[in-house]
Design a protein around this ligand. Structure first.
Ligand code: ADP
Ligand code: MG
Length: 491
């Protein structure tokens, strides 16, 4: 769906990203994935009596990196607060979070979006970034626990999370998805989080309201909980837009509520009418002193940041003469950018390498659903493959056919070309024979060419390529064809 006819869509996102630390936010228990239930725990995350939380310094550093990379203001003093609620997977009866004094506020993300058919960049403001601990997991699945009982797994309890809250600046489900992709890319660039939705370490709650076009005042919002794939984010928002629009069309009010999306029915339903912050009875955690960061320490963390996607993108445009769209795709991940730079250095022409990556390598990766890190294609091998084409030793068509195999299994392009018999027919004699055979078989077309129908040359080219099973170097064929026809002209 593009623009809604009657209402402006307003979306703000709350993202929970799991920080890439070895231990939990306030306990030395290891952060694991897929460990047997209740094996990555410690008296602190089990909330045994008499324990005291100790803040993980690495988690603080990762939170600061995120704020700096998104142009936020890092506060020299922030406070951990207790967010009180009861749930079986929350043994303390409260979650340690940050509330009135978060570690960072403000900042923005520049998100590539489509508008009126044209690509542009939209600046989405961030409200705040704060640290908090994750809760455990209740397992209701009888197939997993072997009975109707609910079991609790506390491996996840106390795992460090970063909550990143956006201003209500997003105007469509597609923009929301683009924002999430950009945020994920930033978190991966600065090695703060794996930001993998499927593994649950990048989760999103989406707030949505509608208002008549032109209205300044925001409408009443609902919050869609725990959207765990990009597809669901968009689908859930579309469904909720339809639900709210139908209410407003009937003159009814939207009630502030927490909603769940059911992918099976494609519909959203009310989980509970919205709780207020008051319900959580936030107060500063008396077990933890305020977190104080000196300006020097914040500066040191700023200096330790790697080159970010935006900077890299600008540098690629400038130094490699790429379009901004090309540079943006090539800098989507640090690994892809590094692959491109290594291959470009090995080959010599960045433009040629960029074209091969954007056209063939990315398609092969997409089709196999792998990232460049998992591919067996070495940057030097891509450079060597393109060089074989440059030198006329194989055709561009044959080289393209080898890309998926190189991505899957790796190898030396020169060897593969030889083994597969993909060498270009550069032997002048063989090419000339093929051209002559085609000219003899298509005398009428040759006559039309001579009468001025120059586009017939393309048809004749195609015939020669067919005869040589695509192994002929097209530029060589074109020049032999042209010279043959002209020579016969003179005769
Ligand atoms: P809470 O913590 O109770 O969910 P916040 O004030 O932190 O509330 O807001 C959460 C998110 O809701 C933010 O991303 C914000 O941009 C978004 N939001 C606030 N009001 C609206 C609205 N009227 N329509 C859409 N999104 C909204
Ligand atoms: Mg919320």
């Amino acid at each position: 769906m593009s623009v809604h006819p009657r209402y402006e869509v307003v979306i703000g996102l709350e993202v929970h990203a799991q920080l890439r630390t070895e231990s939990k936010l306030f306990s030395p228990a290891p952060v694991t994935y897929g460990a047997p239930p209740n094996h990555s725990v410690h008296p602190i995350c089990l909330a045994l009596p008499g324990v005291l939380p100790v803040l993980n310094a690495r988690a603080v550093e990762l939170a600061v990196r995120t704020a700096l990379a998104t142009h936020g203001c890092v506060h020299e003093r922030s406070v951990f607060a207790r967010k009180n609620y009861f749930y079986p997977d929350l043994p303390k009866g409260y979650q340690i979070s940050q509330y009135e004094d978060p570690i960072a506020t403000g900042g923005w993300l520049d998100v590539p979006v489509e508008g009126n058919g044209a690509a542009r960049v939209k600046r989405v403001r961030l409200t705040r970034i704060h640290m908090e601990e994750d809760a455990g997991k209740s397992i209701h699945d009888a197939a997993v626990v072997g009975s109707e009982a609910t079991h609790v797994d506390l491996n996840r309890a106390g795992v460090p999370l970063l909550e990143i809250v956006s201003e209500p600046d997003l105007r469509s489900p597609a923009e929301a998805a683009a924002y999430l992709r950009t945020l994920r890319s930033v978190l991966r660039y600065i090695e703060v989080s794996d930001a993998d939705m499927e593994r649950g370490n990048f989760r999103c709650d989406a707030n949505l309201s509608l208002r008549p076009h032109g209205n300044v005042e925001l409408g009443t919002r609902t919050e869609l909980k725990n959207l765990n794939s990009f597809r669901f984010v968009e689908a859930a928002l579309e469904a909720e837009i339809a639900r709210q629009a139908a209410l407003l069309d009937d003159g009814e009010a939207v009630r502030q509520a927490t909603m769940a999306f059911d992918p099976a029915t494609g519909r959203t339903r009310v989980l509970r009418l919205k709780e207020n912050a008051d319900d959580y009875r936030y107060f500063p955690d008396p077990d933890l002193v305020p977190l104080v960061l000196s300006p020097d320490r914040i500066e040191a963390m700023r200096r330790s940041l790697p080159e970010l996607a935006e900077e890299k993108c600008a540098r690629f445009e400038r130094d490699y003469a790429l379009s901004s769209a090309e540079a943006r795709v090539l800098t989507e991940s640090r690994a892809l950018a590094a692959f491109f730079e290594a291959a470009a250095a090995a080959h010599g022409s960045a433009k040629a390498i960029a074209n091969w990556i954007l056209r063939d390598v990315l398609r092969a990766l997409r089709e196999r659903d792998v990232e460049i890190e998992a591919s067996r294609l070495a940057p030097e091998a891509l450079a060597a493959l393109v060089r074989l084409v440059d030198e006329g030793r194989t055709t561009s068509k044959s080289a393209r056919e080898l890309v998926p195999e190189l991505v899957e299994r790796g190898g030396d392009p020169a060897v593969l070309v030889r083994e597969r018999g993909l060498e270009a027919l550069s032997d002048a004699g063989a090419l000339e024979d093929a051209v002559d055979a085609v000219l003899a078989a298509h005398a009428e077309d040759v006559a039309r060419y001579r009468d001025g129908e120059t586009q017939v040359l393309n048809f004749l080219m195609g015939q020669v390529m067919r005869r040589t099973q695509g192994k002929a170097d097209p530029s060589a064929v074109r020049s032999i064809l042209a010279s043959r026809i002209e020579r016969e002209d003179e005769a």
